[in-house]
Design a binder for this molecule. Structure first.
Ligand code: NAD
Ligand code: UD1
Length: 340
């Protein structure tokens, strides 16, 4: 049995689908602070299996004690997604972020210790690299001081896991995600930003749907190929599959370190304008845009060297940027039509 915290969220739900499709029994723990219960229906429609669900706050030790006492020794592994992720909000409310993201991790690691759970996968982020001096970044590229409390929670959590692996019967993998985009090909699960989207692709799809008047591109005077920032956009289904491979590595008998870190991206940097052009090419829908000011805290360019994940996890991103963008559009349309 695999416990997935944050399993009704965007990346969690896609990973649960991959786990179920590969024969795992899944138990989701989520407090639904940024997701909805009907995601369970969608997972069931896609996989014909409904995961067990506990509505719990992972930040609450008592609730966790009760749930893990009930699950007993049947838990073999934990994939820990549950976290708050709004960068701007974390700047305004740092303590809420440290409490939720770091507190939850400490609580969940306590359960691994208490119940002898030895396999752990953690959602980290390329945000730990800050603005790197050289791209692509490898896992040994130096981490820089985080730009935000959110980013800092990822750096701190990585360090806590590393320290616990030194003394506990624990083997763990942190996956440093680059920019996850896209949705499941069924159009039944995807990203559901609350309010006005901060991230590029949800803003693009909502503009294409006519919900937003036009996209503002945050600056075109960066030292990049066309002046707009460059990121490594990874399809969420490829990202979900990386979790499966991480789990297999933890289960397998190949020699490994007690704590390992992997970049999960495509290895290919794309500019904001390239993403907009690719969206228009993939969907045939126009996206009106204007050039605005730079956004505070943005870095110029980052993309991954994924050699380590390719080799040790036997994982490689397979889906294209166009696949990801058309799946995002498909999800946006399906979601709006279901909502009426
Ligand atoms: P999401 O908000 O869609 O999913 C997170 C889930 O965790 C939500 O369902 C939320 O209800 C739940 N949650 C939050 N705090 C909780 C708590 N205290 N107890 C129980 N449940 C709680 O976010 P996502 O995009 O799926 O991100 C998943 C993980 O990946 C997060 O750790 C995030 O920081 C990390 N990550 C995301 C991105 C990205 O661009 N989406 C990039 C890098 C890393
Ligand atoms: C942001 C976070 C990062 C987090 C990630 C996933 C910041 C500084 N970074 O990454 O920590 O892990 O989200 O949640 O917030 N853009 C526009 N117009 C828009 C929206 C975005 O031009 O309306 C541009 C941005 O300036 C950036 C690129 O698109 O150059 C990607 O932005 P976004 O999707 O927000 O991701 P990141 O900033 O890379």
């Amino acid at each position: 049995m695999v416990v997935v915290t944050g399993g009704t969220g965007y990346i969690g739900s896609h990973t649960v689908v991959e786990l179920i499709n590969n024969g795992y029994e899944v138990v989701i723990l989520d407090n639904l602070s940024n997701s909805h219960l009907d995601v369970l229906d969608s997972i069931e429609e896609i996989t014909s299996k409904r995961p067990t669900f506990f509505q719990v706050d992972v930040d609450d030790r008592n609730q966790l004690n009760t749930v893990f006492a009930e699950l007993g020794t049947s838990v073999e592994a934990i994939i820990h997604f549950a976290a708050k992720k709004a960068v701007g909000e974390s700047v305004q409310e740092p303590l809420m972020y440290y409490r939720n993201n770091v507190g939850s991790l400490v609580n969940i690691l306590e359960q691994t210790q208490k119940h002898g759970i030895s396999k752990f996968v953690f959602s980290s982020s390329c945000t730990v690299y800050g603005q790197p001096d050289v791209c692509p970044v490898t896992e040994s590229t130096q981490r820089k001081e985080a730009e935000s409390p959110y980013g800092n929670t990822k750096t701190i959590c990585e360090d806590i896991i590393r320290d616990c692996c030194k003394v506990q019967e624990l083997t763990a993998i942190s996956l440093r995600y680059f920019n996850p985009i896209g949705a499941h090909s069924s159009g039944k699960i995807g990203e559901l930003p609350v309010g006005t989207p901060n991230n590029l692709v949800p803003y693009v799809t909502q503009t294409a749907a006519g919900i937003r008047e036009s996209l503002t591109i945050h600056g075109n005077d960066y030292p990049t190929l066309d002046g707009t920032c460059v990121r490594d956009y990874i399809h969420v289904v490829d990202l979900a599959k990386a979790h499966l491979q991480a789990l297999k590595r933890l289960e397998g008998s190949l020699p490994k370190s007690k704590y390992e870190v992997y970049n999960i991206g495509t290895g290919d940097g794309k500019s904001v304008l390239q993403v907009v052009d690719a969206f228009i090419a993939a969907t045939g829908i126009n996206v009106p845009y204007k050039i605005g000011q730079r956004r505070g805290g943005d870095i110029t360019e980052i993309f991954a060297d994924t050699t380590l994940a390719n080799q040790a996890l036997n994982w490689k991103a397979e889906l294209s940027l166009e696949d990801a963008l058309s799946s995002s559009w498909n999800w946006e349309k399906n979601y709006r039509s279901r909502k009426g």
